[in-house]
Design a protein around this ligand. Structure first.
Ligand SMILES: [Zn+2]
Length: 492
């Protein structure tokens, strides 16, 4: 198995870095230290964003407005007092939370900015400032202060390959045949797991079709979940693909939507959009697992029609042929991409096709060698085949990265064996495959937001939603820090 641990430290001298860190911290609290990506730039300084002049400052002199009714209608029933008692109509109290003295990592570089405070008002990031220069804070009585010291503030994570209606586990495929009521219960549990793990956005790339027991509609069950969670701020934001579209004979008919020919494929894709899907998911593994079930022209026709409706297309492809067809047809992303070569990687980069990596699937299967009696995982032959497959998949994600393809993280939880709170596993897996930790963090934050087409997903900015988390540790040097989420700002 290829582990690129050298990428973590290279030849950097850690003592030098620590010395630099101490010197720098003595100089200013608003700074950052980086020790990745080679030693020619061992330490870089990163000033905290400057104060924003347009911030709404509290106005102590402001008085609550009088009720118009009270102001215009004199009292009629009582002679005393002679002047109408004003009815106070106070402005609804703003919820103000100050996160004080944390570090900040946004996945845009290897910099960790320390000494950062963030003020949140009613769920909006009002400002991001140096902790030693916060400026006026207004009324202290209405201000809740969270001691963020020793934590890193990270944008809410984006899981680009998920299946919110399914629970995962070693029998994940069987669970897809559970009744709709059960699938919605899985979704509810998954939503809580995602939030606790700091995942703000989940891109659902396939759900069983059935009658939703709540809204009564017959469609992919993820769509009703997505709609209902819009009104629940504590639950993840979902973008959903509807049901998997496969060539008949590829996957169990009761779970997926099988189509016999290219004309039916196009109809089925547009029908998914009619159902309310945000994107379309094509299966480019076919009955013959080494061959794409559709030609490039057939896939391109679907891509053009779906793009014409303002939606996106993604392609499941675990073999080289399917990935090549998907890339040449110009889909928006390839899921898994376990077998890619330099040629297809170049095509992906040229056409702006993202890769959603799901190495977690293979790592999860590796654990089943010890926790299950399933021959596929537990036998010596099974373990060897899996190790080889992981090695090939790691080489593929490296090839995509080297070609300049945008790589986004996915767990495949539910539709694969992983669980909903395991996105940190994918970040770790990318680092093990050779990514710098900050690049893996980018894959789990803003790059995922770009794939979703959601400008607020995976980013933290002044004026944007307070969709961030606090983790214990530094994810720019240690991806395992993402397992240590202790505070989720939007779920307060
Ligand atoms: Zn999947």
């Amino acid at each position: 198995m290829v582990y690129a641990a050298a990428a973590m430290t290279g030849s950097c001298d850690r003592e030098t870095i620590d010395l630099e860190r101490r010197r720098f911290l003595a100089w200013s609290a608003a700074a950052s230290v980086a020790f990745l990506a080679g030693c020619e730039a061992t330490t870089r300084l990163s000033p905290v964003p400057s104060p924003t002049p347009s911030v709404d400052r509290p106005t102590p002199a402001a008085r609550p407005p009088r009720s118009p009714a009270t102001a215009t209608q004199p009292p009629t029933s009582t002679p005393e007092p002679t002047q109408a008692a004003p009815t106070i109509s106070p402005r609804p109290a703003r919820r103000r939370v100050l996160y004080r003295d944390g570090a900040l990592a946004d996945g845009r570089s290897d910099r960790l900015t320390v000494g950062v405070s963030v003020l949140v008002e009613d769920g909006v990031v009002r400002w991001i400032r140096p902790s030693d220069d916060e400026g006026p804070l207004g009324s202290r009585s209405s201000l809740e202060v969270v001691d963020a010291s020793g934590s890193t503030i990270v944008p809410g994570l984006v899981d680009c390959h998920s299946h919110v209606t399914l629970p995962g586990g070693a029998h994940w495929i069987e669970r897809a045949s559970d009744p709709p009521e059960r699938l919605l219960a899985y979704a509810e549990a998954n939503g809580r797991l995602l939030t606790a793990a700091g995942v703000r956005w989940a891109r659902d790339v396939g759900a069983p079709r059935g009658r939703d027991p709540i809204d009564g509609r017959v469609r992919a069950l993820s769509l009703g979940v997505r709609d209902r969670w819009r009104d629940r701020p504590e639950m993840p934001r979902i973008r959903a693909a509807g049901t998997w579209l496969v060539r008949t004979g590829t996957r169990p008919a009761e779970i997926t939507l099988g189509v016999p020919d290219a004309a039916a494929l196009l109809d089925a894709a547009l029908a998914q959009l009619d159902d309310g899907a945000d994107l379309v998911k094509l299966y480019l593994d076919g009955p013959d697992p080494t061959r794409s079930p559709w030609t490039t022209a057939e896939v391109r026709r679907v891509v053009e029609a779906v793009h014409g409706r303002g939606a996106r297309v993604t392609a499941h492809a675990t073999n080289l042929d399917g990935a090549t067809v998907a890339a040449e047809a110009g889909v928006d992303a390839i899921e898994h991409g376990f077998v890619l070569d330099a040629d297809v990687a170049r095509t992906m980069a040229a056409k702006g096709v993202a890769l959603v990596s799901t190495l977690t699937v293979l790592r999860s299967w590796l654990t089943f060698a010890r926790t299950t009696r399933l021959e596929r995982f537990a036998s010596a032959a099974g373990r060897a085949a899996l190790a080889e497959r992981l090695e090939r998949a790691e080489a593929s994600v490296r090839a995509a990265h080297a070609a300049g393809v945008s790589v986004c993280t996915g767990t495949d939880f539910g539709g694969g064996s992983a669980r909903a709170n395991q996105l940190a596993w994918e970040v770790e897996s990318l680092v093990a495959a050779g990514f710098e930790p900050w690049e893996a963090l980018a894959a789990a934050t803003w790059r995922g937001g770009e794939l979703l087409g959601e400008p607020t997903a995976g980013v933290i900015t002044e004026g944007g939603p307070a969709d961030f988390i606090l983790v214990h540790g530094d994810p720019t040097s240690d991806p395992a820090a993402l397992w240590r989420v202790w505070h989720v700002a939007w779920a307060l």
